[in-house]
Design a protein. Structure first.
Length: 189
């Protein structure tokens, strides 16, 4: 399953992922036009007597979101794309340029991921749903700046009273690492 997909909704095709817009504004618009974007109506999925999804129901209008919520979604979706999707080096560069243009995204600089690899982190400080207060958790995308490849995605506890990871000490990290990524024509197994 593609990182940008949701059950019952068509995910971006390999061709779409290979032909991402290079312009950061057009790429942002592309992300926000995806069916799982918080700016798009959500599909309403009913259940038939057999327990199978019924996609014939009308979509549910999307909630009204503030800029911080949309930007947080963009940071997460773009990070997942870099980490999990088969995009070209030019596509990764375009996504990184888009991330740099998102208000609230900050450059942390050189860090080491949980596996000890050096990389550069860009981050988003999680906020309350109204966007007004930080919740003392920072999402980080760590990349190898020489290749543009993702090394890890991490959530770092940055302060007391953390709403996302209550009781976890400041500085603790939850995350995933990319050990190896590449193209192959061989089937798994």
């Amino acid at each position: 399953m593609n990182a940008l997909s949701i059950p019952g909704v068509r995910e971006p095709s390999l061709r779409q992922l290979q032909e991402l817009p290079a312009d950061p504004d057009r790429l942002r618009d592309w992300f926000l036009s995806l069916p799982n974007s918080p700016t798009q109506p959500a599909p309403q999925v009913g259940v038939t007597p057999q327990g199978l999804p019924d996609a014939t129901l009308a979509p549910v209008p999307s909630p009204v979101l503030n800029d911080a919520q949309i930007n947080e979604w963009l940071f997460g979706a773009a990070s997942k794309m870099i980490l999990e999707s088969p995009i070209t080096p030019a596509g990764r560069a375009a996504v990184l340029r888009m991330l740099a243009d998102i208000p609230g995204v900050e450059l942390i600089g050189k860090v080491h991921d949980a596996d000890g690899r050096a990389g550069t982190a860009i981050a988003w400080n999680h906020r309350t749903p109204d966007g007004k207060k930080e919740v003392h958790s920072q999402a980080r995308l760590i990349i190898d700046v020489k290749t543009g490849r993702a090394l890890a995605a991490e959530d770092v506890v940055t302060g007391p009273n953390n709403m996302l990871y209550p009781g976890i000490p400041i500085g603790d990290v939850a995350g995933t690492s990319t050990v190896k990524a590449g193209w192959t024509d061989k089937a798994p197994g």
